[in-house]
Ligand binder design. Structure first.
Ligand SMILES: [Ca+2]
Ligand SMILES: [Ca+2]
Ligand SMILES: [Ca+2]
Ligand SMILES: [Ca+2]
Length: 654
């Protein structure tokens, strides 16, 4: 062990609790349906609504179907402390009351990361601009907030040198030069920005120098650092939304695609040319090479790409990439282990919903919701549609479990940011969704939706099903906003997962769970080693341990010989497996996810009543599999590659 640090509980000011019992959840709004609906879903939809109406007759308050009664005992209780904490600057993004062009609608992402390595996660909120802003004038910058450890944050944007302005979109975090300080990539409509962390509280913009700024004509959205070739140098995937030119953009109502429910609205994405995603290979000298064509990333035609979530869905040790796409099929780039990718979303069952229908994918998140050791996918979509849960079958395919898992009822909101996180630390990852419509016109034209919408919090029941606990999870969940980006993290190192939300033309929200329970937890920060400094212990215990890991046994030999692979310094892509009692908990160290956001990359597991864990195993991107012993619960541990007990080396090549 490099360090097993027990961090003290913070002195965060307790927030008064208040529950809003007045919140209601209509099943559907009016009789209309849109082209987003299909006949089978309609039958199902109205069948559920009929059932729900019966339920509602006997229970007029909130709480039908998979919704929790407002009188039930709260599981978590979120309060928005953004104002008190100092997150006061509004996100500027296009017009407030009308959105003339699609560029004004997509909003921005959020990152939670520790930029100064003081052990306390900080917050970065991407900012946009307006159509009226002068291209040469000083627009609003994005915001970096330093964590003061006491429940407050200080705006350090200017001091840190994060001065870039423009149509900011997504953000992802990764230490691309392996110097021990996390760097920041921010996508724009226009040139993208790479902020190199200088290690002294300041950043230097090196996008052009590093060859990752792009052409300046693309509309970057989601991004993630991912070491796809496992050479220990983080590469970068950048999603692009539409091929958009503000000089020639059509005005609302000019085409059929610029009408929604009979009302002229901004045009797109339908009717606009699609854009291709970009993959940059890290050359290791501070520069990247555009390998989009070489890696076959450009062989996915006709997508409007939004958010990126990386995961090794087929557990072959090579990171794969999921991209949620607006109004088109999702992309699942399978890593072919030879520097190329193939989009397998259709054959894997992750492109469409259960009806075989395209959905308007916005955000996505990865987590093992059913505890079978395989990472599942969840995706948010447009209003008048459900979100989508894809269960990983373990054979390279997914099944749409949206309805069996209890996600069929909430079709009224337009979803964006979404994260699996175990908010009550019971050992089962819950789901937080943030919502908001794209058209402000829905308010004035009474189109059955609201521009500002509440959030949805689903509690994982541990049996493959979720319960909507929004009505009873605190005022921050029921508060409305037109939300976009969402990142989660343990901001005060006390095991409670908080959430930061970027709102359209409003300040961000900082959701803190002020309900404590007796459940235990454990979290990990990973530090990868380069091949040169990875000391492999020659342990006789190593080979004996191989068979104790059914999850990995098929993929690994007991060899402790070195491989040609390496891990990045921050361990992105490392897979962590925790065993506690009968449970096996898995997750990976992950850069960008949610809706064009980046959550705390430390991997957090709730443990329920377990006061000890039986084993922690890390499969590093280098291939080294190590066991770390005797780690106490209720602590954040730093796991340094090469300091544990080696269990094996991944050598299998499919
Ligand atoms: Ca760095
Ligand atoms: Ca690489
Ligand atoms: Ca894989
Ligand atoms: Ca939970």
């Amino acid at each position: 062990m490099f360090a097993a640090t027990r961090l003290s509980t913070n002195s965060l000011v307790e927030i008064p609790r208040r529950v809003d019992p007045s919140r209601t959840r209509p099943c559907y709004h009016q009789g209309w349906m849109t082209l987003h609906s299909s006949f089978p879903r309609l039958l199902c939809f109205f069948g559920l609504c009929a059932w729900l109406s019966l339920q509602s007759a006997s229970a007029p308050s909130v709480g039908a179907g998979n919704s929790q009664s407002a009188n039930a005992k709260p599981v978590v209780h979120f309060t928005d402390i953004a104002q008190k904490a100092g997150l006061t600057a509004p996100v500027i993004f296009g017009g407030e009351n009308t959105k003339k062009y699609i560029i004004e609608t997509t909003g921005t992402g959020v990152a939670i990361f520790d930029y100064d390595n003081d052990g306390w996660p900080d917050i970065f909120v991407v900012n946009g601009t307006t159509l009226e802003a002068s291209p040469t004038g000083k627009g609003p910058a994005s915001y970096l907030y330093h964590n003061n450890h006491d429940g407050t944050f200080t705006d350090v944007t200017a001091k840190a040198g994060l001065t870039h302005t423009g149509w900011g979109q997504g953000v992802c975090v990764g230490d691309y030069d392996n110097d021990g300080f996390e760097d920041l990539y921010v996508t724009y409509y226009g040139k993208n920005v790479l902020y190199h962390n200088n290690g002294n509280g300041t950043f230097t913009e090196v996008g052009e120098k590093a060859h990752v700024a792009g052409s300046g004509k693309a509309w970057g959205t989601g991004c993630a650092f991912v070491d796809y070739d496992r050479d220990g140098k983080l590469d970068l995937i950048v999603a692009n939304y539409v091929d958009y030119d503000s000089a020639t953009a059509l005005a609302p109502g000019e085409r059929p695609a610029c009408m929604w429910k009979g009302v002229p609205v901004m045009c797109g994405p339908r009717g606009l040319p699609w854009a291709k995603n970009i993959l940059y290979h890290n050359l290791g000298n501070g520069r990247f090479e555009d390998v989009t064509a070489k890696a076959h990333i450009d062989q996915t035609n006709g997508h409007y790409s939004f958010s990126v979530s990386t995961l090794d869905y087929d557990d072959d040790g090579w990171p794969d990439i999921f991209v949620a796409c607006d109004s088109t099929a999702s992309i699942l780039y399978h890593n072919n282990q030879d520097g190329t990718f193939t989009d397998v979303a259709v054959v894997a069952g992750a492109a469409f919903n259960d009806d075989g229908r395209e959905q308007a994918g916005m955000g996505s998140t990865v987590g093992d919701y059913d505890g079978d050791g395989r990472l599942d996918l969840f995706k948010t979509n447009f209003s008048d549609d459900t979100s989508t849960l894809y269960r990983n079958n373990g054979d390279g395919t997914f099944d749409d479990k949206t309805f069996p898992a209890g996600f069929g009822l909430n079709t009224q909101y337009l979803g964006w940011g979404v994260m699996f996180a175990d908010f009550d630390n019971d050992g089962w990852p819950d789901l937080l969704l943030v919502n908001g419509h794209v058209y402000p016109e829905v308010d004035s034209q009474h189109l059955g939706s609201n521009f500002r919408e509440p959030k949805i919090l689903y509690h994982n029941n541990g049996n493959g099903k979720f319960t909507d606990i929004s009505a009873n999870a605190g005022p921050a969940i029921t508060a409305v906003s037109s939300a976009r980006g969402l990142a989660v993290g343990d901001l005060w190192n006390d095991g409670r997962i908080s959430a930061v939300i970027s709102n359209m033309n409003a300040p961000p929200m900082l959701l803190v769970n002020d309900l404590r329970n007796g459940n235990h937890w454990i979290a990990f920060r990973t530090v990868g080693a380069s091949p040169a400094d990875r000391p492999l212990k020659k342990s006789s215990a190593a080979s004996a341990q191989t068979s104790t890991s059914p999850l990995h046994a098929a993929s690994f030999t007991s060899s402790t010989s070195s491989t040609s692979f390496a891990s990045s310094r921050d361990g992105i892509g490392a897979k962590i497996t925790v065993k506690a009692g009968t449970r096996t908990l898995v997750d990976e160290v992950r850069s960008g996810s949610s809706y064009i956001s980046n959550s705390d990359m430390r991997v957090h597991f709730g443990l329920g009543s377990a006061t000890k864990i039986d084993s922690v195993q890390v499969r590093w991107p280098s291939g080294l599999v190590e066991r770390f012993d005797n780690l106490p619960v209720d602590s954040i541990h730093t796991l340094k590659e090469g300091s544990g007990t080696p269990v094996g080396i991944a050598v299998k090549k499919n």
